[in-house]
Design a protein around this ligand. Structure first.
Ligand code: ADP
Length: 493
């Protein structure tokens, strides 16, 4: 960052990316405007990097991996560096929360929650760095066979705009813990906290070239990075279409990938559930981050006897929801969407659903004092949605909830599994045997029983089935994705 702190700067601040331990602009000098979603005003600019900048970053990373001190740093020291980074995140917590909130439009309380999770990731992976070890394998007489966990080398992380701090932390935490080096391409809509974390990484003591950040558009910098032959592994969180493009680019070099591509996650509510407890969780799981959450609970399936009562209660809540600026006082239920493009995308899907005759049970509102130029969307609750409708099958990434009714477990499972996605599911019932049956039958990478964890749980392996992607992030499991097994055989006959 140029100058002191962006959040305190009056004029648009010209941010720099981090390549080989140095803060630089794009070679071309080109820049991208950064707008605040709450008012649509430009408050910063970032480098618009091209393939040339990406090449410099990958080379810096390669040098750090192949020749620098990083390769000789013991696992425990890598862990200490990550722990130190977590402590620096804590020291800069308010600055980072304010910056994330301003850059993405999320309410400040969500920015703070994201910073807390971010600290936890660096703490968790700091502690985990020296805990993963290989095996010795019973083999032929006269031989010893063992396995080592080896880093991939240069890991490319392509990060989305919805939770930049957290998603960077889960990628960087696991990748660096296992001894990889990083080139990160944050989303052009929300790059600032990623740059800031890389700066704090330098302060924490990561050697130059270990933690690089290249900013720019997906089509240019992102595409160049995912297809760069100097990259050994690619991890991506974002939309399925972009995931396909990245996998195709990585496939040309036969590189491994981890893909987290969103969801259309169901919450299945049986009539015997604690509906009072469920209510707030159901609402929060779709309005958190204005619905721009991969694991948003965007479909609520309700057992028929409970449908009317729960639909009424949800409609009551939705009618009172208010969207407002990220720094509104008092705080609003949700902030704006991240960009005008996202706002138009959500509005188009809502309009199409309404035009097709799906009934709107309730609609929240946008704060009448919210700046005109902001990218707001009022929350919408749709009832009795046809499972074949587009809003029932496709990710909206906005504060839009669809209700469905079902009769019995089989229909609940069929509906829950009726989309191409399979990221998260919630099951609400007091029947213990049913909890277990359903948890096995729903196709989702995470299943919550009588709760829902949109985005939370640093320790919990996370990832999808089907269109939601493949590979696992978070928890100890991510350490396996971020490393490869090397088998070593000794002949001592
Ligand atoms: P959205 O369409 O909402 O911006 P994406 O999934 O396309 O969501 O974006 C997530 C991340 O992927 C961002 O960092 C973006 O710049 C990047 N990206 C977009 N297109 C490509 C691409 N073709 N190759 C590599 N990265 C890309």
């Amino acid at each position: 960052m140029d100058g002191d702190s962006l959040t305190r700067a009056a004029a648009p601040a010209a941010w720099r990316q981090v390549i080989g331990g140095r803060r630089t602009g794009a070679v071309s000098g080109a820049r991208i405007d950064v707008t605040c979603p709450s008012d649509g005003e430009v408050f910063a600019t970032i480098p618009a990097s091209s393939a040339e900048d990406v090449d410099l970053a990958v080379r810096a990373a390669r040098r750090a991996f192949d020749e620098g001190p990083w390769g000789r740093i013991p696992a425990v020291e890598r862990g200490r560096l990550l722990t130190r980074l977590g402590q620096l995140v804590k020291r800069h917590a308010e600055e980072l929360a304010a910056l994330e909130s301003r850059d993405t439009g999320k309410p400040l309380r969500q920015g703070r929650a994201d910073v807390t999770a971010t600290m936890r990731y660096y703490e968790f992976y700091g502690g985990a760095a020296d805990k993963l070890h290989g095996d010795t394998i019973p083999f032929l007489d006269g031989y010893t066979a063992l396995t080592l966990r080896e880093p991939h080398g240069v890991v490319a992380g392509i990060i989305p705009w919805n939770y930049p701090l957290q998603i960077l932390a889960r990628v960087a935490g696991a990748a660096l813990a296992m001894g990889n080096v990083l080139v990160v391409k944050p989303a052009e809509d929300a790059s600032l906290t990623t740059i800031r974390i890389a700066e704090l990484g330098l302060e924490a003591g990561f050697p130059e070239g270990v933690f690089n950040v290249v900013t720019g558009t997906g089509g240019e910098a992102g595409a160049a990075l995912s297809g760069h032959p100097g990259v050994d592994y690619v991890t991506f969180t974002g939309s399925p279409a972009t995931g396909t493009a990245i996998q195709q680019a990585a496939a040309l070099n036969n590189r491994g990938v981890t893909m987290e591509l969103g969801g259309k996650s169901p919450q299945i509510v049986f009539a015997d559930a604690d509906l009072d407890k469920a209510l707030s969780v159901l609402v929060n799981a779709i309005i958190q981050n204005a619905g721009q959450t991969c694991s948003a609970g965007s479909r609520v399936l309700i057992e028929r006897p409970a449908y009317d009562a729960l639909a009424d209660a949800l409609a009551d809540r939705f009618a009172k929801l208010v969207a407002g600026p990220h720094d509104a006082d008092p705080e609003r239920d949700l902030g704006p969407l991240v960009s005008a493009r996202q706002q138009a995308r959500v509005a188009a899907m809502v309009e199409e659903a309404e035009a097709s005759g799906i009934s709107v049970l309730a609609r929240g509102r946008v704060d009448e004092h919210a700046p005109q130029g902001g990218f707001y969307a009022a929350p919408v609750l749709f009832g009795a949605v046809d499972p074949a409708a587009r809003i029932a099958r496709e990710e909206i990434f906005g504060p839009v909830l669809s209700l469905f009714s079902f009769e019995g477990e089989d229909e609940a499972v069929r509906l829950a599994n009726s989309t191409d996605y399979g990221l998260v599911a919630g099951i609400w019932t007091r029947d213990g045997a049913r909890q277990h049956r359903l948890a096995k039958r729903v196709r989702a990478g995470q299943v919550f029983v009588n709760s829902y964890g949109a985005g939370g749980g640093v320790e919990l392996p996370f990832g999808g089935f089907g269109r939601s992607g493949h590979g696992r992030e978070k928890g100890f499991e991510a350490l396996y994705d971020m490393s490869a097994t090397k088998t070593v055989v000794f002949d001592h006959r």
